[in-house]
Design a protein. Structure first.
Length: 445
């Protein structure tokens, strides 16, 4: 008889495990199909899921565990993946929030030199340590609200040195914080003031200097922090993706194409900020034709472009907190995308201008009401599809054997409450790589 494996941790008395599943992004109707097990348990070994199923079965399969955790009959879902954040910034934009409440638009404020440039000034002036400590607090909040993996963009530096400082901050936070971060280079977030009136010269700088430098840069990581048992040292890329803000007042379609093409040649994968505002410039089509991993915002996108996207491997990332944050009522035509057979993910867009929210739960609540997703579709979009939107779908985003044990015990016996009950935090316990990271040891009762 085979020896039964021993688990490090057994989570038992789980009222309901709910998860999307699959080796590819969930598309169309698949987004509404979840796997559910009641009266369940999960066994974890070396940070990964070793067994899942009805509790007696999991107990029979494992040789007991070093540690047993009673979920108290509550529901367990995968840790959230937030595939679009501007986590790193200094300063704040409260005055602009008030200006908008009095009627100024986001694009007007940006054209007058405020908006992104406001944050660029503060971010350039901040030291690396200041950036890390300010962003660390936001990352703590993301974790508290259940996010266990997130993408983070540069884009408030807009010079080679300041963009590198932001990428350094992402890397330092990834190393020091339980939330895993996936870095994106967004040098094309705005045209900096020193290039005012000559945007193409700034595009030259991005293409000729920034992209080559970013694509070459690697961070050296010692094995202890990578959990890589074979390689004592590994090298992480400074950025995995290149993103462009293609919008009136930011970068044109032609400029975006130049930047994305250079990034692709340099080995970066592509993401696009497309159709956040009207009129749509064609960036969704550009993203699809360039085989971008995701196209994000997609609010003013035309029905023909949504159809094109739905029939492509590119994942549509909706950021419903952004129109909400701007006090606007126009959202991604998500139903069209899903009903057309496409793959949709949700993200916060966490940033100081349009959406200061760390909560994927709030994005699910908004997605159901403003875009008519079902709670099941919203969970798929906030977990497995979100993981695929940042190239992590093989490792995180669902509760499947072999995947990272990134799990949430929620304060409810039904996962649907994550969307139904809003404006509050339903996350009770967060597991990252099989370890309880929240509540922290000193706050556990
Ligand atoms: O995704 N649109 C571009 N970037 C952000 C806003 C950044 C900012 O205003 O600081 C967004 O909405
Ligand atoms: Fe964004």
């Amino acid at each position: 008889m085979r020896n039964k494996p021993t688990a490090d941790t057994l989570i038992f008395n789980i009222g309901q495990i709910t998860t999307a599943r699959g080796a590819t992004p969930r598309r169309g109707k698949e987004m509404n199909t979840l796997y559910q097990i009641t009266n369940a348990a999960i066994a974890i070994q070396k940070g990964r899921i070793m067994a899942i199923g009805p509790e007696p079965l999991v107990r029979a399969e494992t040789q007991g565990a070093e540690q047993e955790i009673n979920a108290g009959g509550k529901a367990v879902v995968p840790g959230f993946v937030d595939p679009h954040t501007h986590l790193i910034w200094a300063g704040e934009r409260r005055d602009e929030f008030e200006m908008r409440l009095r009627g100024a638009t986001y694009l007007e404020i940006m054209a007058a030199g405020g908006g992104i440039m406001n944050t660029v000034q503060a971010t350039r002036a901040a030291t690396l340590n200041e950036l890390v400590s300010q962003s660390h607090r936001r990352l703590d909040k993301m974790l508290a609200y259940g996010t266990t993996t997130a993408e983070a963009k540069s884009g408030y530096g807009l010079s080679l040195a300041a963009e590198m400082k932001m990428l350094d901050a992402i890397h330092l936070l990834d190393e020091s914080h339980p939330v895993d971060l996936v870095p994106t280079f967004l040098g094309a977030h705005a045209v900096p003031t020193e290039y005012a009136g000559e945007p193409d010269a700034y595009v030259d700088l991005i293409v000729n200097e920034m992209i080559p430098a970013v694509a070459e840069m690697r961070y050296r990581v010692e094995a202890a922090s990578t959990e890589n048992e074979r390689d004592p040292v590994s090298y992480l890329p400074a950025a995995e993706f290149c993103d462009v803000f293609c919008e009136r007042g930011a970068f044109t379609l032609e400029q975006s194409h130049r930047i994305l093409h250079a990034a692709q040649q340099a080995g970066l994968k592509l993401k696009v900020h497309a159709d956040e505002f009207a009129p749509p410039l064609g960036a969704t089509t550009l993203a699809v034709t360039m085989n971008a991993i995701s196209v994000d915002h997609i609010v003013s996108t035309t029905p023909a472009q949504i159809k094109l996207l739905a029939n492509s491997p590119t994942i549509g990332v909706s950021l419903p907190g952004t129109p909400f944050g701007l006090g606007e009522m126009r959202f991604t035509p998500a139903r069209q995308l899903i009903d057309g057979g496409g793959a949709l993910a949700l993200a916060t867009d966490l940033n100081p201008g349009t959406c200061w929210s760390e909560s994927m739960q709030f994005m699910m609540a908004l997605a159901c009401r403003a875009m008519h997703l079902t709670p099941a579709e919203a969970l798929t979009a906030a977990t497995l599809n979100a993981a695929f939107a940042i190239g992590r779908g093989k490792w995180v985003g669902s509760i499947e054997i072999g995947k990272a044990a990134d799990l949430l015990i929620i304060d409810s016996d039904d996962y649907r409450d994550l969307a139904y009950h809003f404006g509050t935090n339903l996350v009770k316990t967060v597991f990252k790589h099989g370890k309880i990271v929240l509540p922290s040891a000193e706050n556990r009762t």
